[in-house]
Design a protein around this ligand. Sequence first.
Ligand code: ATP
Ligand code: LTN
Length: 334
Amino acid sequence: MSNKPIIFSGMQPSSGSLHIGNYIGALTQWVEMQETFDAYFCVVNLHAITVPQDPAELAARTRLTAAQYIAAGIDPEKSTLFVQSHVPAHTELAWVLNTITGFGEAGRMTQFKDKSQRHGSDKSSVGLFTYPMLMAADILLYQANTVPVGEDQRQHVELTRNLAERFNSRYGHTFTIPTPQIQKETAKIYDLQDPESKMSKSAASEAGLLSILDDPAVTTKKIMRAVTDADGEIRFDRENKPGVSNLLTIFAVLSHRSVESVQNEFAGRGYGDFKKALAEIVAETFTPIRNRTNELLDDPAELDRILFTAAERANATANQTLNTVYDRVGLLRR
Ligand code: ATP
Ligand code: LTN
């Protein structure tokens, strides 16, 4: 048992590759945090099925997501990187939390409102409605102190805090109250073709996405075609030059330099030069991650072994919390 503070975060296996926004906005921070926290990173495949998924694709993407995290620096010896469906306590605690959540309270979740409005109420599953309580279970089972997430998940972490406080006051102290750690706005990456919108795996077109698993030739092409502007100056100005500013952010973050120093280096030079240099840096960053991901995927037995080992650790911690919950509520244990 370590006495480091605990972090928990989750990622949905909903895409064929992570993009540079996920990498800069989330993953690099998780890699840093695993040094000072007792870290749990969960591939939340149960959350993924709240919207329709192709079964073969879901299974493949679950392994692929885990492999990319390991390839990018999540160390399975330091962090517990596991698959949600390997730990039954998540669904078991979610059920108990459902019973202490108000119907109206769950109905106020903006992610549910947005998604159900988009798909229509008949096409929205009850699973989509109960998604936040499953997320609360994820966090509370491990007694997490800190939950690193994007701004869009703040409301779900707030609900988690409310449910934990409600349970504690009704049944006696059981859960640590978690604090959200919201990712910095400066780490936000925008679509290369539409630099006013956040880069997102659900974007309409692939052309604006820099994916970790893309071939370097594809990455270079996407960068060379990235939308800029007509004034030809390499200068950070989010409002008037969103395209160039986005490329400058990516360049600075990946080369561990300030935006100013990159700006100075390219002062008076053309966009073409700048983009070529950026494409090289992106390739240098992504090539080892892509190679390592492919190696891990080439040996699925070894990848499964890593995930099963982590799941054993996760099950041990999660079952401890679940047993306490069952005792407190008066549910007979297995
Ligand atoms: P979707 O399009 O399905 O919403 P996404 O690409 O936005 O997916 P998520 O799975 O929602 O990605 O997010 C995973 C993590 O990556 C979150 O912590 C989120 O804050 C971060 N992230 C996602 N997109 C960006 C971005 N463009 N810039 C910075 N961070 C991002
Ligand atoms: N809902 C989150 C993923 C997620 C999560 C979690 C994040 C599921 N369970 C627990 C933090 C903690 C998302 O869509 N990004």
